[in-house]
Ligand binder design. Structure first.
Ligand code: MN
Length: 288
């Protein structure tokens, strides 16, 4: 199932080039009252939601995808974690260009960079959908695109073994880990509003047989920038989830950006980013 959020917070089921408005399905979610639990309410109850979507979809308005504004498929992630330097050829380009990683470009890592650096956090308020565009926060600085496979946690978990880790995943989407380059901490530079683009929709786990072998790419204004495959992740998906869960309790709706491959580069106002991942889809994001 491909589930999106669109326009003014509506829920959609994506079928081909159309979206079926299944907002009525959200009425089946249990009521929320203060204090709300950490995480995303709809993702926590995805089983209920999916059954209800199937029940109501015949009555839903059918709209061309091109006519709707796509929001982040996750409305309320409690946290967004991200892996630094998790493709070898991106590590190589970072070493060749001190402008990419001011602190670590010259560092020799024993094993994977993630083993030394850990993961970093992006503010959950940085999350936005592809239809919202990206407003450059620091126009006088270098602002880079990073396309990444994003995974969305579906079940709570703490200290999860690597062998059990993928069972926590609700689904997959495309992530853009937008980044202001410079000397500040990663979490500071990577957290302006809109700098964590998630979309175009959530693809539930049952639809992707092998997330560890997906081609992905990104163009800017029609020019190829990033071309890669998730099989080249240095630290794979299960180990990233397990690692994250040993440091933090994971909640439904939490997002892990799994790392960007080589080909990162800058964007500025007026640019159009197109990003895709096989089995998920593609999304167009305007920079302003
Ligand atoms: Mn990244």
């Amino acid at each position: 199932m491909k589930i999106c959020r669109f326009d003014e917070g509506r829920l959609g089921l994506v079928e081909g080039s159309h979206v079926v408005d299944v907002t009525a399905a959200t009425r089946a979610l249990p009521p929320l009252s203060w204090p709300v639990p950490h995480g995303d309410h709809a993702i926590r109850h995805l089983d209920i939601l999916r059954a209800e979507i199937a029940r109501v979809k015949a009555k839903g308005a059918r709209l061309p995808l091109a006519d709707v504004t796509l929001l982040s498929p996750v409305a309320n992630p409690s946290k967004v974690l991200a892996a630094p330097l998790n493709y070898t050829r991106h590590l190589d380009e970072s070493r060749a260009d001190a402008g990419i990683h001011h602190h670590t470009h010259a560092t020799e890592f024993k094993g994977a960079p993630v083993d030394t650096l850990g993961l970093f956090l992006k503010a959950s308020t940085a999350v936005a959908g592809p239809g919202e565009g990206i407003e450059i926060a620091m126009p006088e600085r270098r602002n880079d695109h990073e396309v990444e496979l994003a995974l969305v946690i579906g079940r709570e978990g703490k200290r999860v073994a690597e062998t059990d880790a993928l069972a926590l995943v609700a689904g997959w989407c495309i992530g853009l880990d937008m980044t202001v380059r410079g000397p500040e901490e990663r979490s500071f530079r990577k957290s302006p509003d809109g700098y964590a683009v998630l979309g175009p929709w959530l693809v539930t786990v049952d639809e992707i047989a092998d997330p560890g072998n997906l081609a992905l790419g990104l163009d800017v204004n029609g020019e190829a920038r990033q071309r890669a495959n998730t099989r080249d992740l240095t630290v794979g998906l299960a180990r990233l989830i397990s690692l994250a869960s040993h440091w933090y309790r994971l909640y439904p709706g939490d997002v892990i950006l799994t790392g960007t491959p080589e080909g990162v580069g800058s964007v500025e106002a007026g640019d159009v980013i197109e990003a895709w991942i096989d089995g998920i889809g593609r999304m167009t994001v305007t920079v302003r």
